[in-house]
Write a protein that binds this ligand. Sequence first.
Ligand SMILES: [Fe+2]
Ligand SMILES: [Fe+2]
Length: 148
Amino acid sequence: MYMIIDKEVDIMFKWKDNFSVNIKIIDEQHQELFRIGNALYSIISIKDGVDRYDEIMKILYEMRDYAIYHFDYEEKLMKENGYLDFENHKRQHNGFINKVKSIDELDIDEKQKKIGIELVIFIADWIENHILKSDMEYKDFLNSKGVM
Ligand SMILES: [Fe+2]
Ligand SMILES: [Fe+2]
């Protein structure tokens, strides 16, 4: 008799080839946010009632680090190449940074699941409206400048 063990874990954010901006390092950085989002999703999906404060804080620090190195990288490329929508794009990046900063550590302590879900939704919205829209808008421009 066989025992069927379902080891498949729900993956919230799945990378697809058409999400690529055809710039290798940026694609890798964007994939890192997918990884962070999936890690957070799996943490908040566990229903064992165990305290996840440290794990959620770790994710929050990863989001902060991501924002610093990824946005710096993108903004530098846009600026160097004279991308016209630079200011508007940077404003969106600052919105992400402010969101991450606005999360109160004490709040996480008390309302882990609520904040975890809120952050997953925030990442989903960011992927849909920033990575797949605003970032996609610089793709052809930067590619045409030889950035790949
Ligand atoms: Fe980006
Ligand atoms: Fe961006």
